[in-house]
Design a protein around this ligand. Structure first.
Ligand code: GDP
Ligand code: IMO
Ligand code: MG
Length: 452
């Protein structure tokens, strides 16, 4: 009998050839951890930067040589000359915001490819988002109103418009009308009170989102600018990895608002963990998953927040940390560092090391605390919204420090209380801290450990 010999070499050829490095930057909290700043830093050494999910609900801030960039959609690598940036098929793309950000691509001479299979956020998706929030009244989610949930719903219903459909007006119209898609969207808007309970003018779209002709015209206005960037980002990323290049993946949001992990309604509609990359890009086995966490916690919109400081201490952190939404301008809710939530995010997102940001914001506090555990919740429990809703934090006090640390660049120059606070985080989470951010500027980093 002839035995089949299946060896690692001849069975795994396809994967074995992906020899480049795969680095992921993921938010380890509820968002706004400083992912943009970290992606910009790590992008220096990467060959390719990929935004693999999410849409213009994201707001990533980079502060470079006194100039502030607020990016919503395109990868944070676009400010680096010649850098290849990809917008993957798992994202939802707002045409107007995408075109606005093209100005940065042109100015910096970065290179951009938009996956022709990425889904388009239509103006009517924004109308549906607003209609749902208005209909929900007091139990609204507090979405960014960027149409993200409705656009992803259509993706999973297998009927979303893709960027590749924008190459021809007739194809776009045909796709919108296919199977009664457009009529269904309009009926949903009417049901939700768009045009009655929600004033269309308040959406500031500059067009009527319920008009098919205006929607087609709106799409085609931006299509002309975008079509030259269309391509197959999955193929490009695989080819680059095969060549041994380094690919950096940028998560749009924080792990805790991944669709799966809080498991309720206050999350956003995509998955930003490495699993989201595997699902959409077909890439596995990541070399490093860097979790970005603030030295405290914030959350925007509704949803449980066990360590929220709804008092003058929280207000002080909000003012000092400028905790106002990059996308919506809303005041972010602030609270002590929630270690059980961070530990959970690290576990479910496969995080291998941490970067702690905004340590400078904690300087000068009279009292400093972290939440060590929740009463009656085991360390390994799944932190669904239900669990978080009733979680009672157990706090631990830490020695505060008063020194301004924004100009510190060497860990030895940190006040010992600040250093101890970092050790506390490291030991409680059980992961190394690669670096610490002490200000918004690109340079404001302590012990930045980039791979070589
Ligand atoms: P992202 O969505 O995770 O990219 O984060 P955002 O850009 O929405 O929010 C982070 C905010 O904090 C931005 O305004 C950054 O410029 C700022 N920031 C980042 N790191 C630091 C830091 O270490 N200290 C201070 N004070 N601000 C920081
Ligand atoms: P960055 O990239 C913080 C939140 C919204 C809302 C929920 C659903 O800046 O970290 P959506 O519009 O996505 O349907 O809203 O998700 N949310 C964010 N919160 N930072 C973000 O992005 C967010 N993107 C979405 O506030 O609670
Ligand atoms: Mg943000």
């Amino acid at each position: 009998m002839v035995k089949l010999s299946i060896t690692r070499q001849n069975a795994g050829g396809i994967h074995m050839s992906r020899i480049g490095k795969k680095i992921v930057i993921v938010g380890a909290q509820w968002g706004d951890e400083g992912k943009g700043k970290l992606v910009d830093l790590y992008a220096e050494k990467a060959d390719v930067v990929v935004r693999y999910e999410g849409g213009s609900n994201a707001g990533h801030t980079l502060v470079i040589a006194g100039r502030t960039y607020k990016l919503h959609l395109l990868p944070s690598g676009i400010v680096r000359s010649g850098k290849l940036c990809l917008f993957g098929p798992g994202g939802v793309f707002d045409l107007k915001i995408g075109c606005d950000e093209l100005a940065i691509v042109r100015e910096h001479g970065s290179r951009l490819v938009l996956d022709r299979n990425a889904s388009v956020v239509l103006p009517i998706h924004r109308a549906i988002d607003a209609g749902r929030e208005a209909a929900a009244g007091k139990s609204k989610i507090g979405t960014t109103l960027k149409g993200i949930g409705p656009a992803y719903a259509d993706f999973w219903l297998r009927r979303s418009i893709k960027l590749g459909h924008l190459t021809s007006e007739s194809k776009l119209r045909e796709k919108l009308l296919d199977g009664g898609y457009w009529d269904e969207l309009v009926a949903l808007c009417v049901h939700l009170g768009v045009g009655t309970r929600v004033d269309i003018n308040d959406l500031k779209l500059g067009m009527d989102p319920l008009s098919l002709d205006e929607t087609v015209a709106w799409c085609m206005r931006y299509a002309d600018q975008l079509c030259e960037y269309l391509g197959d980002t999955r193929k490009i990323a695989h080819e680059r990895l095969d060549k041994g290049e380094t690919v950096l993946f940028e998560s749009a949001q924080g792990a805790l608002i991944s669709t799966h992990f809080e498991g309720g309604k206050f999350c956003t509609s995509s998955s930003r963990t490495p699993g989201g990359i595997s699902t959409s890009m077909g890439i596995y086995n990541f070399d490093e998953v860097i979790g970005v966490t603030k030295a405290y916690t914030t959350r925007v919109g509704a949803g449980p927040f066990p360590t929220e400081l709804d008092n003058e201490v929280g207000e002080g952190i909000r003012q000092k940390g400028a905790e106002f939404g990059t996308t919506t301008g809303r005041a972010r809710r602030c609270g002590w560092l929630d270690l059980p939530a961070l530990r959970y995010a690290c576990r479910v997102a496969g995080i291998t090391k941490l970067v702690v940001t905004k340590l400078d914001v904690l300087s000068g506090l009279a009292r400093l605390q972290t939440c060590e555990a929740y009463e009656d919740v085991d360390k390994g429990d799944t932190l669904t919204e239900d669990v978080l809703e009733t979680a009672v934090p157990i706090y631990e006090d830490h020695e505060p420090w008063s020194e301004d640390i924004t100009s510190v660049r060497d860990v030895n120059d940190l006040p010992s209380a600040a250093e101890n606070y970092l050790y506390k985080i490291r030991d409680s989470i059980g992961l190394p801290i690669a670096s610490v951010s002490v200000g918004p500027d690109r340079e404001a980093m302590v012990d930045l450990e980039l791979w070589s």
